[in-house]
Design a protein around this ligand. Sequence first.
Ligand code: SAH
Length: 212
Amino acid sequence: MLSNYQRSADKLAANLKAAGIQDSAVLQSISEIPRHLFVDDILQHKSYENTALPIGQGQTISQPYIVARMTEVLRQFGISRNVLEVGTGSGYQTAVLAKLFENVFSIERIKTLQWQAKRRLHQLDLYNVSMKHGDGWLGWQSKAPFDGIIVTAAASVVPEQLLAQLADGGAMVIPLGVDEQILTLFTKSEGKITQQALAPVRFVPLVAGPIS
Ligand code: SAH
C-alpha cells in the first residue's frame, strides 16, 4: 500500500475533479496527502475511496469530496492567511488545509484523537498547524479573528461565538442541523453576517458539554 499510494491519491483527486471540484490547488493538496496514514491499518484498503470511514470513539474521517468542497468554498473568498478548523478528528482535513493556508488552528474535544492527529501531521512535516484540546463551540479567542472557519461536525444551532471570531471579509462553512443537515456558508462584510445554504450533508454531531 505504502509504495503505490501516490497513484491511489492521484486517482482520488481525479475522481473528485469528475465529481465537480474545480480548484486545482485543492485537488493538488488531495493528491499530496497520504489518506491511508489517517485511518486504522485494517481500513487502509478503503482509504482512497470517496467515502467517510470510522476512526474510533464513534467518530469518522470525512468523505474526501466534502473535505475538498468545504476547502474550495473557503478559497473562493481569496482566504489564505489563517483558518480555524473545529473537529480535528483524524487530522486529514487539517493536513489538506495546511498545504493551502499559512496558519491552521484546529480544535478537538477527544484527547486521544488529537494526539494521533498531531503525530500524523508531524510525520508529514506539516508544522504550520496549532492544535488545541477543547470545546469548539467556544472557538479560539486568543488566535481570532480568522479569515476562514471550517466546522467538521454538525451544529444544532448557529455557534455565535465562532461567528464573532470571523474576520471581516471572512467566511465560515458549517453543517447545521440534527437529523437533516445543511452545509451552510456564513460570510461577514462590514460587520454584517450573510447566510447561504449550500447542500444537504451528513456529519457526526458537534457535541456540547465536557471534553474527554
Ligand atoms: N475533519 C475530521 C472530521 C472528524 S469527525 C476528519 O476528517 O477526520 C468530527 C470531529 O469533531 C470528531 O473528532 C469529534 O470528536 C469532534 N467534535 C465534536 N464536537 C466537538 C466540539 N464541541 N469541539 C471540538 N471537537 C468536537
